[in-house]
Design a protein around this ligand. Structure first.
Ligand SMILES: Cc1cc2nc3c(=O)[nH]c(=O)nc-3n(C[C@H](O)[C@H](O)[C@H](O)COP(=O)(O)OP(=O)(O)OC[C@H]3O[C@@H](n4cnc5c(N)ncnc54)[C@H](O)[C@@H]3O)c2cc1C
Length: 458
């Protein structure tokens, strides 16, 4: 085990973690950034430094812009620990991680958790069939390995990433059989009350319009306001069915990419026993922090999408803000310079957040695609627990996700509830007739990543 002590340890080398590291280095702190991925960039800028000119042009200028951040980080003097899977963060400010099959520990004076987001589960009939995957997962394959579908694809669901991937695929020459989106008239009405905020974030709005225009130009069939999505097949995906304008439709496809937004990856903050609240606009849990992202008075901060979904630019600003506050706490730099810097970053952050309420309202995933109405739908993929079984547990008196573990091992597989946690919370809340906030979440305990006994012993 390493006996290093650093001023600041950061978990996650995405926009939040990289920006925090660059900021902290400017204030003279020693910084170590740990990430399980082999390169910096996080989800949005994944593998950006190694991307070929073709891949850069397909993924677009927002992706290529990430190089500014990854290069600034490389020059910052912060230590980068790639391939480091963090399995525990303690209140003693120690980080435990496995790297190249060796278990190591790092002691820090302060910690920032910048572990980002993950795709929201999409528990509809047939979602576990081979041939069905997340749109984000498909994009990861392209960013990291240049892998593209060799067959026509159907994209279904809602959220900006769905349209972004559709556009990237068009640019790469992938045939899109259809884009089926679930945004209803009622979502537009709800979003319209946030239209002024959206207009202040006009650049993002314009980008969204361009993506839709691109689909029209390529004559991609778009089914707007679809409902009751289901995957059909015999052992693997063969088609997707849905209701469109009151009629049942069925489109044959062996590859169906689903997406209905991203949610914070909160495993680390839960494992610390921190308080979390249910965010009803984003339909997910988020850690309770102070204005700088600190969990109580713990010396541990959360920045970026793992604190609540804000997008890449605001994630970077939150990372900077946490680093400025840590500089203040550790006595780095002078007060006036720090205060001025904080004012600038807060202004940037506020302007980056203008569009968020509009996006949250417009792309609110439909209830039927979050809480399976069909009892046969598998919710916990690791332990193969169905929606019907969870409803039965609730009938028998099960109060929340944590108790489902005792009833039927739900959430006890290798993903530690990451893929089923939100669905189980909402299912039980519906069955009990209470709010998700009252139902709670799994009790997450370290190791939050699978660690072998030999790695621990080593
Ligand atoms: C699959 C996916 C694809 C996306 N694609 C886009 C896109 O193309 N365009 C866009 O605008 N937005 C995209 N987003 C949203 C975007 O990721 C975020 O808005 C932005 O990247 C958030 O930045 P972040 O620094 O908070 O987290 P991230 O960029 O997600 O970075 C978090 C990092 O933490 C690391 N990490 C997490 N847990 C651990 C652990 N226990 N140990 C070690 N490392 C850990 C991860 O490997 C990751 O590199 C995507 C999101 C997802 C989930």
């Amino acid at each position: 085990m390493s006996a290093d002590i650093v001023d600041l340890a950061i978990v996650g080398a995405g926009p939040a973690g990289l920006a925090a590291a660059c900021e902290a280095r400017k204030w003279g702190m020693s910084v170590a950034v740990l990430d399980e991925q082999p390169a910096t960039g996080g989800q949005i800028y994944r593998a950006v430094d190694a991307a070929s000119p073709h891949r850069l042009s397909v993924l677009g200028e927002d992706y290529a812009a990430g190089m500014e951040l990854t290069r600034a980080f490389a020059m910052s003097g912060a230590q980068h620990l790639p391939g480091a899977a963090v399995w525990n963060v303690g209140r003693d400010l120690k980080v435990n991680f496995v790297r190249q099959s060796v278990n190591e520990a790092l002691q820090a004076r302060r910690i920032i958790l910048a572990s980002g987001a993950m795709e929201r589960p999409f528990p509809i009939p047939g979602w576990t069939y081979p041939g069905v995957m997340g749109a984000g997962a498909a994009q990861i394959l392209f960013k990291s390995a240049g892998a593209l579908p060799s067959q026509p694809v159907v994209l279904a669901g809602c959220g900006p990433l769905l349209y972004l991937l559709a556009n990237q695929y068009l640019q790469a020459g992938v045939e899109l059989k259809a884009v089926i989106h679930t945004t209803q008239q009622s979502d537009y009405v709800r979003a319209s009350s946030h239209v002024f905020g959206a207009l202040r974030g006009w650049r993002d709005l314009r980008k969204g319009m361009r993506m839709l225009a691109q689909l029209r130009r390529h004559r991609v069939p778009v089914y707007a306001g679809a409902q009751a999505l289901a995957i059909q097949g015999n052992e693997r995906a063969e088609a997707i069915s849905f209701i469109y304008k009151g009629q049942l439709h069925r489109i044959k496809s062996a590859l169906i990419l689903l997406h209905q937004g991203v949610v914070p990856n909160t495993q680390l903050s839960w494992s610390l026993g921190a308080k979390h609240r249910w965010n009803d606009a984003q339909l997910c849990w988020e850690p309770e922090t102070d204005d700088y992202g600190q969990l109580e008075d713990s010396g541990i901060y959360v920045a970026g999408d793992s604190r609540g979904i804000v997008g890449a630019k605001a994630s970077a600003s939150q990372g900077r803000l946490a680093a400025i506050e840590i500089a203040r706490r550790l006595g780095c730099g002078d007060r006036e310079t720090r205060d001025n810097r904080e004012t600038t970053v807060r202004k940037e952050l506020a302007s980056q957040l203008h569009i968020r309420p509009f996006l949250d309202a417009l792309y609110r995933p439909p209830t039927a695609h979050r809480i399976p109405q069909d009892d046969a739908v598998v919710v916990c993929r690791c332990e193969e627990v169905t929606a019907g079984q969870i409803r039965k547990y609730a009938d028998l008196g099960c109060q929340g996700p944590n108790q489902t573990k005792a009833f039927g091992r739900c959430g006890m597989g290798p993903c530690q509830g990451r893929l089923c946690g939100l669905t189980v919370t909402e299912l039980i809340a519906e069955a009990r007739g209470v709010t998700p906030g009252e139902v709670g979440y799994y009790r997450i305990r370290p190791p939050i990543k699978p660690v072998t006994l030999s790695e621990l012993a080593g």
